[in-house]
Design a protein around this ligand. Structure first.
Ligand code: SF4
Length: 62
């Protein structure tokens, strides 16, 4: 499992994380947010690497 967070202060609302991993991320107005605080979807890691402003943190969790 992974713990997923989006730093809303950093997020520029580009939508890349939703495009890469819609199972885990969704738009909330002009910012992204995790649909759930924890996930087992590997695409969350891909989204972390795809965010242009490093707003996403994906860390191993139980
Ligand atoms: S990829 Fe990063 S900047 Fe773009 S919407 Fe997602 S969290 Fe925000």
């Amino acid at each position: 499992m992974y713990k997923v967070t989006v730093d809303k202060k950093k997020c520029i609302g580009c939508g890349t994380c939703v495009a890469v991993c819609s199972e885990v991320f969704e738009m909330d107005g002009d910012k992204a947010k995790p649909k759930t605080p924890k996930t087992d979807k590997e695409c969350a890691v891909e989204a972390e690497g795809s965010c242009p402003v490093q707003a996403i943190k994906v860390t191993p969790a139980k």
